[in-house]
Design a protein. Structure first.
Length: 367
């Protein structure tokens, strides 16, 4: 990432370097190839039976929108840097040239965000995401922390203009949330968010402690890809699945949809149980729950280096939430520190209000 914090003079060399960086990024993203793919996808939409498979049609439309955005962003970057270079060359006074610094820095920032796409090339990076937050030990304190993280992520999604729905939400006994699962239905949501997976630690003066003591609280964040394809390696044998219709709500929990359309699915070999209650249709909730289960089993398959999901045998015990990835310290000082990238931010209130771009972008660049 380009260091733009202390720029007082704009030189021709700066503009030439930025032009070169934009050209390199565009080349690395194979935009010509993507334009060809865009034409092929658009031709599919003209077929008379295009909407016969509604799910596949929506996937194609989402992919078209993503490629169109990528192409138009690249072309705008190229056009704007060329225009800036022409304006710079037409100005002879250095003081007037420096009036272009803000335009230059804004263009540089746009490129930094755009070039993140070249890091999102792993399997399923282009998929929508399933993000779940679970309370750790700590009762009321942990439930409150889950709700704070839920608010942080949804505010971040809103700032990105991402579409998302709450699949499952269980409230804590006294306050906050015991767990919540969110579908983020955007291309590359999984690639963008996958390194948020892990343990998030909060240190603060507890509002629930009458003695005003400092308390440490943990919550687990799980990020999974939404697997839509029919890859045989991802098939779950029917004999390994137990379906159960359940009624949402009740003591200790209150879900989004208080009807008997909620569905619970258990994977018999591992004992993993998932639930979905966001839809009024039991069939849709069953489909959503299967997506979550398939994604959880995919992660196990990857961790255990198995060929296919049906190879998973025996009860699976989750070893905690994985490594602690980030500290949110509100007392005795204020700081958010990512333990993998080393990014430190001194405004945790802003972070908890959804300003996590710097943290997420550093994760994406991390290998």
């Amino acid at each position: 990432m380009y260091n733009i914090l202390h720029m007082n003079d704009l030189r021709k060399r700066d503009i030439l370097d930025l032009q070169s960086d934009i050209e390199k990024t565009i080349k690395s993203l194979n935009l010509d190839q993507n334009k060809q793919k865009l034409m092929e996808l658009q031709s599919k939409t003209l077929e008379s039976n295009f909407w016969a498979d509604n799910k596949e049609a929506k996937q194609i439309m989402a992919e078209i929108a993503y490629i169109q955005d990528e192409v138009s962003t690249a072309e705008a970057l190229k056009k704007d840097i060329d225009s800036l270079a022409d304006i710079f060359d037409s100005i002879t006074k250095e003081t007037e040239q420096n009036l272009l610094i803000d335009d230059f820095l804004a263009l540089r920032e746009r490129l930094d965000k755009f070039e993140l796409r070249k890091f999102l090339s792993d399997q399923y990076d282009s998929s929508p995401a399933i993000l779940s937050i679970y309370a750790g030990q700590g009762g009321t304190e942990s439930n409150d922390w889950v709700e704070m993280l839920f608010r942080m992520y949804t505010m971040y999604f809103d700032k990105q203009n991402w579409k998302y729905t709450i699949s499952e939400m269980t409230k804590g006994n006294e306050t906050g949330l015991q767990n919540v699962t969110i579908y983020i239905d955007e291309p590359f949501a999984y690639g963008t968010l996958k390194k948020e997976h892990g343990t998030h630690r909060l240190v603060r003066i507890s509002p629930f402690n009458s003695q005003g003591l400092r308390q440490t609280t943990f919550a687990g964040v799980e990020v999974l890809p939404m697997l839509e394809n029919e890859d045989p390696e991802l098939e779950i044998p029917d004999k390994d699945i137990l379906f159960k219709a359940v009624k949402s709500g009740g003591p200790g929990g209150q879900n989004v949809n208080k009807t008997s359309s909620a569905v619970q699915i258990t994977h018999i070999p591992t004992g993993i149980t998932v639930q979905s209650s966001s839809e009024r249709s039991q069939l849709q909730n069953r489909e959503n729950a299967m997506k979550i289960l398939k994604a959880k089993l995919w992660r196990i398959k990857e961790e255990e280096k198995l060929t296919k999901i049906s190879d998973i045998k025996g009860e699976y015990k989750i070893a905690g939430w994985g490594n602690q990835i980030r500290n949110y310290i509100l007392h005795p000082y204020k700081m958010v520190k990512d333990l993998r990238t080393g990014v430190e931010l001194n405004d945790p209130e802003s972070v908890l209000n959804g300003d996590i771009d710097e943290l997420v972008e550093a994760e994406i660049r991390m290998k």
